[in-house]
Design a protein around this ligand. Structure first.
Ligand SMILES: NC(=O)c1ccc[n+]([C@@H]2O[C@H](COP(=O)([O-])OP(=O)(O)OC[C@H]3O[C@@H](n4cnc5c(N)ncnc54)[C@H](OP(=O)(O)O)[C@@H]3O)[C@@H](O)[C@H]2O)c1
Length: 301
């Protein structure tokens, strides 16, 4: 599998990473029920396949605890990224996930994350979708740097989107950016380039657009663009899911995409798609052109 340098962190990461939100369980955001056995299997299968980058967050339900329980003994096989600024709050039949943008909550978060994941450090600690105002008014970069100086994280990053991301890229302080992107969601296409040009690593979420396995998943505005662009004409034997993942992987400034799955067969499909590599140049150009004409295009700068 292709290995990329995660920007100025220098970390050598597999282009296909793993998003561990999928193992959070049902208490957060109506997640699917996930047994311990399922979580143990998928986490170990991910590592057995050679994937070296795992993303989670302090508010992803059981995710961090399961990483600690099932793969902390393999800690030297993966880079670990988590997020802070969030927390889990017991609300009876579910957990709520408020964000509290204080120095103390960042520190609370990383300490809890490390304890849950049974490790002394994470490789990347990311702010979990704050606004520019929240970062500036609460000294969050200073708090991240303090955590970095204590050795609890090697690098600092941020998960962000339009309209905040442009300012964060210009600030020049973040080693990585976590950004949503796929053929069905091209708004941040140019921001990936800008982040990489600023020597930050790019961690792409939504890179498989949740997969194209059911009619329900293939509905809504974004899939309307797929239909309008007649992308089925470009599949040439690929499944829609494979096409979407390879489209994402073809972006020249993608370093890793953290695809989530609970299903080892889907993981195998994704590994196969990643091994096939970028889309052929003519197909990629045609897909971008057709999507742009159908209204799915990068947001204006
Ligand atoms: N920073 C943030 O604010 C934020 C927000 C959301 C997510 N994230 C991160 O990004 C990661 C990715 O999450 P996402 O929401 O963007 O989802 P995604 O990776 O685009 O999609 C995950 C979904 O795709 C399905 N899937 C994966 N491979 C498939 C395949 N080969 N065929 C069919 N279906 C397939 C999975 O279902 P199966 O289990 O059935 O395969 C799962 O439901 C998360 O795990 C998390 O780490 C971050």
């Amino acid at each position: 599998m292709k290995i990329c340098t995660l920007g100025r962190t220098g970390l050598q990461v597999t282009q296909l990473g793993f998003g561990a939100m999928e193992i959070r369980g049902p208490r957060v955001w109506g997640g699917r029920p996930v047994t311990d056995a399922q979580a143990e299997t998928i986490l170990n299968t991910v590592l057995d396949a050679g994937i070296t980058f795992i993303d989670t967050a302090n508010d992803y339900g059981l995710s961090e605890e399961r990483i600690g329980r099932f793969i902390s003994r393999r800690r030297d096989e993966y880079y670990l990224a988590t997020k802070c600024g969030c927390l889990l709050k017991d609300a009876g039949d579910h957990d709520e996930t408020p964000h509290i943008w204080t120095h103390d909550n960042l520190l609370r978060g990383i300490n809890e994350s490390l304890a849950r994941m049974k490790t002394d450090y994470v490789d990347v600690l990311q702010l979990h979708n704050p606004s520019v105002e929240q970062v500036e008014q609460n000294g969050l970069v200073e708090a991240l740097k303090e955590i970095q100086a204590s050795g609890k994280t090697r690098f600092i990053g941020i998960s962000s989107t339009i309209p905040h991301i442009a300012t964060f890229i210009k600030m020049g302080v973040f080693d990585t950016f976590q950004i949503p992107y796929s053929a069905l969601d091209r708004a941040e296409e140019d921001n990936m380039t800008k982040a990489a040009m600023a020597e930050s690593g790019t961690i792409i979420r939504g890179g498989i657009a949740s997969g194209a396995t059911s009619a329900e998943k293939q509905s809504g505005r974004r899939w309307a663009a797929w239909q309008k662009a007649k992308l089925d004409d470009l599949l040439n034997g690929m499944s829609r899911t494979e096409f979407i993942l390879r489209f994402t992987l073809t972006h020249p400034h993608l370093h890793t995409t953290i695809v989530g799955t609970l299903n080892p067969a889907h993981l195998a499909d994704n590994l196969k798609a990643a091994a096939e590599g970028p889309l052929p140049a003519d197909i990629y150009a045609a897909a971008k052109r057709r999507l742009t004409e159908a209204g799915e295009r990068p947001a204006p700068a």
